[in-house]
Design a binder for this molecule. Structure first.
Ligand SMILES: [Zn+2]
Length: 180
């Protein structure tokens, strides 16, 4: 381990390695105070939250969640992809969750992308990605589509409590999206 990892003031943003060193150092302090809560892997609140990876969205604080309460499944956009369904299926069938909460947010990076992103990638690297970008223009509609994908999945055991929201990154408030 580099000596830098032991210094408290490792500068951020000066390279990947130094950022990671900072995280490793933070973990050392975390572990010093950590007490094993002796929890089971099954989420206490029996809920899985699917959300965008956006750095401004602190899911646990925003939803009043504690350690062990829920599963959090995050990706670019918080979209329901095959891999999201994979995680939800395991969450429900192996680990006992019953409710699904979907959270998109204002000012999402996916609103400024198009599927053209894939074509540009193909031109640059000579290979077309197999995945869709899942970009969108109307965040409300995208939440509805995500709810629909969860509700119609044949793999999930519980689809009666699926709710979707848009998190406002300026006010911190959730706005619920209804089905229409
Ligand atoms: Zn986002």
């Amino acid at each position: 381990m580099s000596i830098n990892a032991h210094q408290s003031a490792v500068p951020a943003g000066t390279g990947t390695a130094s950022v990671t060193n900072r995280l490793v150092e933070a973990n050392r302090r975390y572990a010093e105070k950590f007490r094993d809560p002796g929890m089971d892997a099954r989420p206490v609140l029996e809920v899985a939250v699917v959300a965008c990876m956006d750095a401004r969205l602190d899911l646990h604080k925003a939803l009043g969640l504690e350690l062990g309460d829920c599963h959090t499944i995050r990706n670019a956009g918080g979209v329901v992809t095959d891999d999201t369904i994979r995680s939800l299926t395991i969450s429900q069938r192996a680990l006992g969750t019953r409710s699904v909460v979907l959270i998109h947010h204002t000012g999402c990076g996916l609103e400024s992308l198009t599927e053209e992103f894939r074509t540009e990638l193909e031109e640059e690297v000579g290979q077309r990605p197999t995945w869709a970008v899942e970009s969108f223009r109307d965040v409300d509609q995208d939440v509805r589509q995500s709810m629909q994908r969860v509700r119609t999945s044949p793999f999930l055991a519980h689809t009666d409590d699926v709710r979707g929201f848009v998190f406002d990154v300026h006010t911190g408030l959730l706005r619920e999206i209804t089905n229409e």
